[in-house]
Write a protein that binds this ligand. Sequence first.
Ligand code: SF4
Length: 217
Amino acid sequence: MVITNRNISKAIKEVKFMLNKEKRLSLSGSRYKSDPFKLLVSTILSARTKDETTARIVDNLFKTIKSPYDLASINIRTLERLIFASGFYRNKARNLKDMAKVLIIDYDGKVPDTINELVKLPGVGRKTANLIVTSAFHKQGICVDTHVHRIMNRWGYVKTKTPNDTEIALRKKLPKRYWAVINFLLVKFGKTICKPINPRCNECRLNKICQYAVKRH
Ligand code: SF4
């Protein structure tokens, strides 16, 4: 048994039901969604860092950094101190400084609104690019991180090796009405129920149709 386009709507409905039950459906997305620059900076800083830590860092950072020009001119040691609590803060500080320079030189200080342009920026991969185009510019994209990649493969909906491959497969297959919400739902589902290690299959409402659970029993 696998999840296909015949039952993907049911699967997503069940995910929503389970998250509702766990009280995990509140919308806690970035408060900087309407500002592409701030959303880009927060997304880069969020890698390998807890959501609450990122929120604290960016709230403090954006008191002094409000544009690519501020970011390009801030001393790198000062920036490192400001983002110290974030994982890999040295790499991130360097990427942020480089990104600010590219934004100023190539994009007139504005964040580009296409995936192809966004991935040219230092520190920006397809996951971040998709998030920016969908959240800040309201364009179509599918943000695939490790949770979306893992769960879609466990379901048997795709059979892929990397998150980028999963994004390509989902673009061909996943009904467009789910593109913008799939990341939000599966990240929460992946953190609470379909966890990387010891997924809670016994209590999961998908365990009769999910390839991973069916194969295990
Ligand atoms: S049955 Fe298990 S592997 Fe499948 S979606 Fe549920 S928790 Fe994840």
